[in-house]
Structure formats: structure tokens, C-alpha cells
Ligand binder design. Structure first.
Ligand code: FAD
Length: 409
């Protein structure tokens, strides 16, 4: 195999390229991305970059010299418009074509758009790209009333930054609790209290009905009839995977590009990585699409290893984090569907862990300001574990000691 072409120069695409060189691949690597930037990390966009504790220079995954040094041909501002599987070529929006021996689709996801009247007004913003974050960061300084639509991770991270800047923040969430798609009620309750203590108003079980203003947004109305002044409406209602290239090329798509445990599509010459991928997960007991740095990085490494002839079966422990104000939330495992929780530590001290079980089996651990439990949880879940709710609830339970003892068994 001489040429690997990677479509999408985000976290996953970058990782495939870098890991191929780590694995001593000596063929041609072309990394094609439609954004004008060097590959960068997205998590700070709603956290340290948004609150200006991270500079532009800190956001890039590597300096521009890295790509030349590693002989990675980085094409920025280049949109791939078609995959021709018969000719093994991709077509570029600019008109050119590129041959590949192996193609990696790393196209990520795009924001789900808010389908309400007024959504085109100036002041309705989204947060996915560095360009979005630059623009939103400037705007925050010029506004007072901010409505955040969606109490997911990104919406709440942004809400925390805005509240800290003294803005009047209202969060509108259609479900009954914060971050409910991904985490336990204990963590939701804790974060809801924290946001309220920072001065943010949280409205649950309601949706945005319309956005009003002349050219610029001035207020919003909720489905339960509230009218809220708004100079800025920040929308964080989830993402849609970028799968069109794959489906147009006849590859299977079902909430993401469908791949097997090798992260290969049904076409052995095409792999896929990151947010755009639906893969069989041992942790979910089903096929899932994950949106996390861990997933993009570990899948990128796994694809590179496979392309270098190593045998892989993607099975990395899923983990995720979210920084909101002074609180660091970390999750390991996939806890959706849990039916029992055990809390260790004290929420009142702003440092605790929630162990989530289903039918007595540990699904994952969610921690707030308890990094050591998170690290130990990653080690624990890397192997099958029989840790039970009763053991965790025992007064003298010590996760670190348990993990160390398990390792020596
Ligand atoms: P991306 O990083 O999105 O990269 C895909 C790239 O492909 C994009 O640049 C896209 O423009 C490009 N592309 C798409 N189609 C084409 C095409 N046809 N031609 C050329 N280029 C194309 N994860 C965490 O684990 N922790 C966090 O705290 C966290 N916070 C986040 C905060 C924000 C604001 C956002 C937006 C995401 C956050 N994430 C977080 C998620 C994480 O950033 C993503 O899971 C990760 O970036 C996925 O990597 P990816 O390579 O799959 O996709």
C-alpha cells in the first residue's frame, strides 16, 4: 500500500496520519480537510478557549512544521466531494482528483440546526469549529442576555463561561434534566444546583418556539409561553454525523458510517474513524456512535496499526470529560441504561463518584473532581470485572486498593 488518503483533518484524521508515521509507514499520506486551519482540538472551544485562558496557539494539535517533518501532505480548505470506489479516487471541490490505495473517512459531525422561526437572525450561534468559537467569544463581550438551547455538555460548558463573565444566562432544555442522555441523575442534580448557584436559570421540559428580532435576535419564546430577552442564542442540541460521502459511495450508513470491529467498512479499502462512525461496542453491547476525543484518538491509532498489518479488534475503554466552572466531570464506561447507582464521596464537598450498574454489573463510573477514581476506573474497566454494588457501598471500600489487588490476582 503506497498512498493513504484521509478525509477530514480533525482529531481522528490527524491521529491516523500521526500514528501511521509512528508505526513507520513510509508511503504517501494525504490529510485533506475543508477547514482553513491546521488540525486543532475542539474541547477547549467551549472551555479554556472560550474563557480566554487558552491562546490560539494552544489549540492546534501540532505546529505546522510537524506536517512537513513527518511528510504528511496537509491540504487545508479542501472539500472532498465524492469517493469513486471503482477508480479508487476522491474528487475535490476545487476540481482535482486524488488516487488512494486506502481511504480513511474522518469527516466528524456537524451541528443539528434549530428548526424554529427566527433561526436565521444574527445572534443565533453554534459551536463546532474554531471559526465559530472565535466569533462567539467576541460576541459574548458585547451582550448581556444569553439564552442557551440545550443542557448537554457543550451548552452547559458555554453557560458556565458566560455566567462567569457576569452575563444573564438562561438554559432551555426539552428533557427533564441536564446532560440526561449520558449521565446519572445524581450528576445531573449536582450540576443543575451548581449552575443555579452561578446565577444561571435552567428551564426543563420546554423547547424554543420562536426567536424574535429585527435583524438581530432580541427575545425568544418558549413552548410554555415564556418570553425571555436574548442578545445571543447559543444552540447546542446535538450533532449529525457527516456520512454523505460514504452513503453516496454506496457504503452502509446507520447513525454513522457502519464499520466492523476492525473499523473497516464493507469496502476493505475504506476505513472510518471518530464522530462519523457507528461501530460494534463491547461496552454498549450494541453498535454505537461516540463523540469523544478518546474515541477519535484510539480509533485512529487502531486503524494505523491495522494498516501496518497488526491484528486489531477495537475495544478501547470509552471515557469523556467536561469542565464546567470549577467542576471537572469525568466519565469512564458507557452508563446509559444503568438501573442502580452507588455514590462514594460527598457531593456537598464537590468531590464524589457515582458507580453505575445494570443488573449488578458495573457499566461505568462518573466522577466530579475525583480524578483518581476516574483513572482507576479506566484500569478497572479495561478487564472484565465482578465489582458489585454491595462492595462499592461497603464503608471501607477503596477503589485504588481494589484495582491494585485485581491486577495482582
Ligand atoms: P472532527 O474533529 O469534527 O473532524 C472532522 C473534520 O472533517 C472537520 O474539520 C470537518 O470540517 C472535516 N470534513 C467533514 N467533511 C469533509 C469533507 N467532505 N471534505 C473535507 N473535510 C471534511 N470530546 C471530549 O472527549 N471531551 C470534551 O470535553 C469535548 N468537548 C467538546 C467541545 C466542543 C465545543 C466540541 C465541538 C466537541 C467537543 N468534544 C469533546 C468532541 C470531540 O471534539 C470530537 O469527538 C472529536 O473532535 C471528533 O473527532 P473527529 O475527527 O471524528 O471529528
Amino acid at each position: 500500500m503506497r498512498t493513504v488518503v484521509i478525509v477530514g483533518a480533525g482529531q481522528g484524521g490527524f491521529q491516523v496520519a500521526a500514528s501511521l508515521r509512528d508505526e513507520k509507514f513510509d508511503g504517501r499520506i494525504v490529510l485533506v480537510g475543508d477547514e482553513p486551519e491546521l488540525p486543532y482540538q475542539r474541547p477547549p472551544l467551549s472551555k479554556a478557549y472560550m474563557n480566554r485562558t487558552m491562546l490560539d496557539s494552544g489549540i492546534y494539535l501540532r505546529p505546522d512544521t510537524f506536517f512537513a517533518q513527518h511528510n504528511i501532505e496537509l491540504m487545508t480548505g479542501a472539500m472532498v466531494t465524492r469517493v469513486d470506489r471503482v477508480a479508487k479516487q476522491i474528487a475535490l471541490g476545487s476540481g482535482g482528483r486524488l488516487d488512494y490505495d486506502h481511504l480513511v473517512l474522518a469527516t466528524g459531525a456537524r451541528n443539528r440546526l434549530l428548526p424554529v422561526p427566527g433561526n436565521e437572525l444574527d445572534g443565533v450561534v453554534y459551536l463546532r469549529s474554531l471559526a465559530d468559537a472565535r466569533s462567539v467569544r467576541e460576541r459574548i463581550d458585547m451582550v448581556q442576555n444569553i439564552v442557551v438551547v440545550g443542557a448537554g455538555f457543550i451548552g452547559l460548558e458555554f453557560a458556565a463561561v458566560a455566567a462567569k463573565r457576569g452575563k444573564k444566562v438562561t438554559v432551555i432544555e426539552s428533557t427533564e434534566r441536564a446532560m440526561g442522555r449520558a449521565i446519572s441523575r445524581e450528576i445531573s442534580d449536582f450540576f443543575q444546583d451548581a449552575h443555579r448557584a452561578w446565577g444561571t436559570e435552567l428551564l426543563f421540559g420546554t423547547t424554543l418556539k420562536r426567536i424574535d428580532g429585527d435583524d438581530h435576535v432580541s427575545e425568544v419564546e418558549t413552548s410554555d409561553g415564556r418570553v425571555i430577552p436574548a442578545d445571543l442564542v447559543a444552540v447546542g442540541i446535538g450533532v449529525v454525523p457527516n456520512t454523505e460521502l460514504a452513503s453516496d459511495a454506496g457504503l452502509r450508513v446507520a447513525n454513522g458510517i457502519v464499520v466492523d470491529t476492525q473499523l473497516s467498512t464493507a469496502d476493505a479499502a475504506i476505513s472510518a474513524v471518530g464522530d462519523c462512525v457507528n461501530f460494534p461496542s463491547h461496552f454498549a453491547g450494541a453498535s454505537v456512535r461516540l463523540e469523544s476525543v478518546q474515541n477519535a484518538v484510539d480509533q485512529g491509532k487502531a486503524i494505523a496499526a491495522r494498516l501496518m498489518g497488526k491484528s486489531i479488534s477495537y475495544n478501547a475503554v470509552p471515557w469523556f470529560w467536561s469542565d464546567q466552572g470549577d467542576l471537572k466531570l469525568q466519565m469512564v464506561g458507557l452508563t446509559a441504561g444503568h438501573d442502580q447507582t452507588v455514590v462514594r464521596g460527598d457531593p456537598a464537598e464537590r468531590a464524589f463518584s457515582v458507580f453505575c450498574f445494570q443488573g449488578g454489573k458495573l457499566l461505568g463510573i462518573e466522577t466530579v473532581n475525583r480524578a483518581s477514581d476516574h483513572v482507576m476506573g479506566r484500569r478497572l474497566l479495561a478487564q472484565p470485572t465482578s465489582l458489585s454494588p454491595d462492595e462499592v457501598a461497603a464503608e471501607n471500600f477503596d477503589l485504588k486498593a481494589y484495582v491494585m489487588a485485581s491486577a495482582n490476582r
